[in-house]
Design a protein around this ligand. Structure first.
Ligand SMILES: [Cu+2]
Length: 396
């Protein structure tokens, strides 16, 4: 209970004297210093300004992300991958003790996307020497606008790496678009896991044949990817609002949308039926139209997953919590244990809020996934809403 006292300043020094709490405070202090000093590799590109680093638990993470001079995120990282199999087991949490040391070596000149410019390949320390694990390149997004006034063309900066987690290979990439969108994406590849012998069934499918003629059976499963997004939209005091669109009456031609502020820590479900999304708003920061600046979380994935009733982490897509220095990414407990405990009714209105987002990808293996699975991409978008003063496209 005293760990909530472990904040910065004089109190921090006080709690360093207590052994267990001292360890936690050291971690908190180290992380705060890391953020304050902008430790990691600093990048400036087309209005974006951020640092990246390889963290022991979260792997390739972002800190102090700004767009056009205003802060967007204090921290962003992948924090867990939970892969329950449809038959009920196994149900591995692929992060184990962390993914920072499960990076796969990448080869400059080969693993960059051909034809893209300025491909850089880094070691763990962000230097372009030795074994490379992180790549960054710029690529064209093609047309970003076509219409009266001409055409506009866009580009993006992609920062990425690959992990080997329990045999599966996961590519993690962060795509920064020059229009202010940030797209976190995960690519699933490598060999299928928990292969058996047999025919297709409601729990999986036949994906191939071995040399001896036996049928290769691959079980179906869901990849649940959890992200920690510590927003700071032009400063730390933010509010999360939920968007829903509902027909005025069933069958009616008209309908209304609403933005509902989330005032207390809670978890929320996705809803394709109401076009549900969320935005993080700074009500004190207004754009040129006088509208509060925000970034919107546009959900992705191919459905909604609900685990067993005892799996609290698998009962929602979004959690909104108040920032505490001793919680993730300093927290050492697995996310499945820690996250449900963070919800304790605190106010999250005009506070330093953290959004936790789970993206789900149901995977029924197919013939084409055996023996090599082509990369299957899944991701979501963080999009500026009234953050800028006008459209970012300039047709010529
Ligand atoms: Cu899969």
């Amino acid at each position: 209970m005293t760990k909530r006292l472990c904040f910065l300043g004089p109190v921090l020094m006080l709690c360093l004297a207590i052994s267990d709490q001292g360890r936690m405070c050291n971690q908190v202090r180290a992380f705060e210093e890391e953020l304050a000093n902008k430790a990691g590799h600093h990048v400036q590109w087309q209005g974006w300004d951020f640092t990246w680093s390889i963290r022991p638990r979260e792997g390739l993470s972002l800190a102090n992300v700004k767009f056009k001079g205003k802060s967007v995120l204090k921290f962003a990282g992948l924090v867990e991958i939970f892969v329950p199999y449809n038959k009920g087991d196994p149900r591995p949490e692929d992060f184990g003790d962390g993914i920072g040391n499960r990076l796969v070596e990448l080869f400059p000149g080969k693993d960059c996307i051909p034809g893209t410019s300025a491909c850089q390949a880094f070691n763990r320390q962000g230097k372009e020497e030795g074994k490379r694990y992180v790549m960054m390149h710029e690529e064209s997004t093609g047309l970003s606008y076509i219409g009266p006034g001409g055409r506009a063309y866009g580009k993006m900066l992609t920062l990425w790496c690959t992990y080997n987690l329990g045999g599966y290979l996961y590519i993690s990439r962060w795509r920064f678009l020059d229009d202010g969108c940030l797209m976190p994406e995960i690519g699933l590849t490598g060999p299928l896991q928990h292969i058996d012998t047999g025919d297709s069934s409601p729990y999986g499918s036949q994906v191939g044949k071995r040399g001896d003629g036996s049928k290769v059976f691959a079980p179906s499963h869901v990849h649940n990817m959890y992200f920690c997004l510590d927003f700071d939209i032009d400063g730390p005091r933010n509010t999360v609002e939920e968007f829903n669109y509902i027909q005025d009456k069933p069958g009616s031609l008209s309908g209304k949308h609403s933005w509902t502020p989330i005032v207390k820590e809670t978890r929320r479900s996705a809803s394709a039926r109401t076009f549900r999304s969320w935005r993080v708003v700074n009500n004190a920061s207004k754009n040129a139209l006088g509208l509060p600046r925000s970034y919107e979380l546009i959900p992705g994935g191919n459905g909604i997953f609900r685990g067993g009733s005892e799996e609290a982490i698998a009962q929602a897509e979004v959690w909104v919590t108040r920032y505490h220095a001793d919680e993730y990414p300093v927290e050492k407990r697995p996310l499945a244990t820690a996250l449900p405990k963070y919800l304790n009714g605190e106010s999250v209105e005009n506070q330093d809020v953290v959004v936790w987002y789970a993206i789900h990808s149901h995977h029924l293996p197919r013939t084409e996934d055996w023996p090599g699975m082509p990369i299957m991409w899944v991701g979501f978008t963080l999009r500026p809403r009234d953050f800028l003063d006008s459209s970012p496209v300039r047709p010529k």
